[in-house]
Write a protein that binds this ligand. Structure first.
Ligand code: DX5
Ligand code: ZN
Length: 221
């Protein structure tokens, strides 16, 4: 496995041909499918749930599915997504009344667990749950929509989290989500990220492989 993971956000995929589009982006070299779940409550938009995840599995999608829950409350969806084929489940601390319990629920469901931090959400939650985390996801836009611009202050936050991960000595992925493009991916990697969500940058282009190859070339420099 590459040390850098590219995770296209299917929020920007063609929903009318979702199975084909996901298969196409994986064939183009993507590592992970990023699955953005929005509830029109925690965020002002509405997407898809466990049934769509199950449909991708039934269609034959074998890659890891990284479920990003932008919902409140979180817990009822955890077993549903685990059953529907999720591999990673991440959620926002503001979406759960009992963060430690939700993390444990994800792990007990057989999935990797992660916490997501909005641009203005403080990192102090990490002080108490580092031992339960497989992934830390930093939002570099306010969640709810694809196609927004990367918030530059996230670079400093990435460096802080990278330090915490290194100090912990644990194998925790540092994922970044929002406004990631060929033009900024190298700078984001230099700040410590090793898993890159990209929606519009990939799906807006006719040839997904060209964009993914360009991202990997930037990561190799
Ligand atoms: C935003 C979502 C992101 C989003 C990324 O709420 O969590 O995954 O789709 O889209 P781009 O790459 O277009 O910023
Ligand atoms: Zn996301």
């Amino acid at each position: 496995m590459s040390s850098f993971l590219i995770a296209p956000s299917i929020l920007s995929a063609d929903f009318a041909r979702l199975g084909d589009d996901v298969a196409k982006v994986l064939a183009a070299g993507a590592d992970v499918v990023h699955f953005d779940v929005m509830d029109n409550h925690f965020v002002p938009n509405l997407t898809f749930g466990p049934m769509v995840c199950q449909s991708l599995r039934d269609y034959g999608i074998k890659a890891e599915i990284d479920v990003h829950l932008m919902v409140k409350p979180v817990d009822a969806l955890v077993p549903a997504f685990a059953k529907a084929g999720a591999d990673i489940i991440t959620f926002h601390p503001e979406g759960s009344d009992h963060i430690d319990r939700t993390l444990q629920l994800i792990k007990d469901s057989g999935c990797k667990a992660g916490l997501v931090f909005n641009p203005a959400t403080p990192l102090h939650y990490l002080d108490y749950v580092m031992d339960k985390l497989d992934v830390i996801l930093l939002m570099s836009v306010n969640p709810g929509f694809g196609g927004q611009s990367f918030i530059p202050g996230t670079l400093d936050k990435l460096r802080q989290v990278r330090e915490k991960i290194d100090q912990s000595g644990r194998d925790i992925r540092l994922e970044i989500d929002g406004g990631v493009k060929v033009e900024n991916i190298a700078e984001i990697a230099a700040a410590g990220a090793d898993m890159f969500v990209a929606g519009s940058a990939i799906f807006s282009q006719p040839d997904y492989k060209t964009v993914i190859d360009q991202m990997r070339a930037e990561l190799a420099t």
